[in-house]
Each structure stands twice: as structure tokens, then as C-alpha cells.
Write a new protein. Structure first.
Length: 131
């Protein structure tokens, strides 16, 4: 099991989704298009979406077929996506971090990089290091 309780053997793929929309004024300080992120995890049983928000974390089973172009659908909604794979991180405690959408997505994917704090930094990391 990964730190967030996701069995990475079950989830073979992930789609990290970035959005510029926000209801929180202070998030407007972040780079446009990269003010929030969430992840869809895919495996043999289908897809789930984990969307960590300021007031709650929403977990949804996505009722779609394996052939459905989920990345294309998110793109049609004006969202930016990066395809990646969850990995098993080293079995050691991670340092304390505020609970943010970025921190939750990192833990679901097995990313332990301490310097990734914003959605834009996560996007750049995924584009450079997780091709």
C-alpha cells in the first residue's frame, strides 16, 4: 500500500488534472491554469477520481469504459492533463506538509519531492521526470 492507502499494484495509470478555476481568492495568486489539481487513477476495474478540496476530499468512481478518452474529455472541459503512473515510494515517513491538493496528489502518486508545493511545480515535475 502507498502512504495514501492506494494499492499501486491495482492502479497502473494516473491522469493528473490541473485547473485554473477557484472559489478561494488567495489561490488567484497562483499561476493561471494551475490553481488546483486532482487525480484520476485507472486500473483493471476502471477509474476513480480523487479531488482534494479545501473543505473535503471527493472520491468518485467514474462510470466510463476502458476505451473512453478521459484525457480528451478533461481537455474538452478546458483542463490540462498529464498522464503518469503511480509508483511505490520508499517506506519511510514523509516530512510534515500542509494538506493541499498538491500534497494529496503527490502521495497518491508516490512522489516524495519536498520542493513541489504548487500545481505548476507539480505539472513541471511530471512533464520533466515522469515521461
Amino acid at each position: 500500500m502507498s502512504p495514501a492507502g492506494v494499492d499501486t499494484a491495482t492502479w497502473q495509470r494516473a491522469l493528473v488534472v490541473f485547473s485554473g478555476a477557484t472559489d478561494l481568492g488567495w489561490l488567484r495568486l497562483l499561476r493561471p491554469g494551475f490553481r488546483h489539481c486532482f487525480v484520476a487513477l485507472g486500473g483493471d476495474g476502471g477509474w476513480i477520481c480523487v479531488n482534494p478540496m479545501a473543505h473535503r476530499t471527493e472520491v468518485s468512481v467514474l462510470p466510463i469504459t476502458a476505451e473512453f478518452d478521459l484525457a480528451g474529455w478533461y481537455h474538452s472541459q478546458g483542463l490540462i492533463t498529464v498522464a503518469t503512473k503511480p509508483v511505490e515510494p520508499p517506506r519511510r515517513p514523509l516530512g510534515w506538509r500542509p494538506y493541499t491538493c498538491v500534497e494529496e496528489v503527490k502521495r497518491l502518486l508516490g512522489i516524495t519531492a519536498r520542493t513541489i508545493l504548487t500545481p505548476w511545480q507539480l505539472y513541471r515535475f511530471l512533464r520533466q521526470c515522469r515521461k
